[in-house]
Write a protein that binds this ligand. Structure first.
Ligand code: KIV
Ligand code: NA
Length: 277
């Protein structure tokens, strides 16, 4: 598989080929996901919940994001790496937003950044794109707005809010994003937006007709002990698999079944004899 780029995103939409995206937060997982043929890897600030154990994404810092982007970049040879801009890294000033986006590229080795918001983010998007950094938008149920929403709630269900999501998508497209994540909105609204805009839509909880799909890897693998959202699908139950493996290890160590001779290193008996004297 050849390298997936920002141009590949646009080409995929033109060719009606679905775009595949998953999160990863470290080298080993990035390598597995990359080698399985994923188009793009999102180093999501969801790591605040699934890696760091916080109840929201709001605690994640720029340094956290740079650290995880670096690790993912070493494992992902062909996938396009998108680094998430964390809460407060683009809310204070445009200058700050460009500098922080730049850190994800320069230090984190990401190829693009993602930020949450629509009309409100137009100035940031334009400035970051002007710095030659591709930007992915993210609208609908934007987790960094959890306190404004009063929880992780589906967005765009009434006419005013649905129109707001459409206006956000159009504003982001005009500002120059190369793709937009649509999260937690009704399927028919996502379909409408997907038809209306020229850049690909990447859905998560946005129905069947987006140009691509994204999931949090821990949800897909069944390795998050918190509540996975209704829109995610478990393709494996790794929590149980990992727990079983660890239980077996504990039992085998307790009962001296592990390690076995084949796991050990040898030394000449002569040396041991000499040491014993
Ligand atoms: O942080 C994340 O994983 C995300 C995806 C759910 C889109 O933003
Ligand atoms: Na995110």
């Amino acid at each position: 598989k050849s390298k997936f780029t920002v141009s590949s995103f646009l080409l995929a939409k033109a060719n009606r080929e679905k775009i595949t995206m998953l999160t990863a937060y470290d080298y080993s997982m990035a390598k597995i996901v990359n080698d399985a043929g994923i188009d793009a890897i999102l180093v999501g600030d969801s790591l605040g919940m699934v890696v760091q154990g916080y109840e929201s994404t709001l605690e994640v810092t720029m340094n956290d994001m740079v650290y995880h982007c670096k690790a993912v970049a070493r494992g992902a040879e062909n996938a396009l790496i998108v680094g998430d801009m964390p809460f407060l890294s683009y809310h204070i000033s445009v200058e700050d937003a460009v500098r922080n986006a730049g850190r994800l590229i320069q230090e984190g080795k990401a190829h693009a950044v993602k930020l949450e918001g629509g009309i409100d983010q137009v100035d940031n998007v334009k400035a970051i794109v002007k710095a030659q950094i591709p930007v992915m938008g993210h609208i609908g149920l934007t987790p960094q707005s959890v306190n404004m929403f009063g929880g992780f709630k589906v967005q765009g269900k009434d006419i005013t809010k649905a129109q707001k999501v459409i206006d956000d998508a159009l504003a982001l497209e005009a500002a120059g994003v190369f793709a937009i994540v649509l999260e937690g909105i009704p399927e028919k609204l996502a379909t409408l937006i997907t038809k209306q805009i020229s850049v690909p839509t990447i859905g998560i909880g946005a129905g069947r007709y987006c140009d691509g799909q994204v999931l949090v890897i821990h949800d897909l693998l069944g390795m998050y002990s918190g509540q996975s959202p209704k829109f995610s699908k478990r393709y494996a139950a790794l929590n149980a698999t990992i727990q079983e493996a660890v239980k077996n290890y504990v039992t085998e160590v307790k009962t001296a079944q592990f390690p076995e001779a084949k796991h050990t290193f040898t030394i000449d008996d002569d040396i041991i004899n000499e040491l014993q004297q």
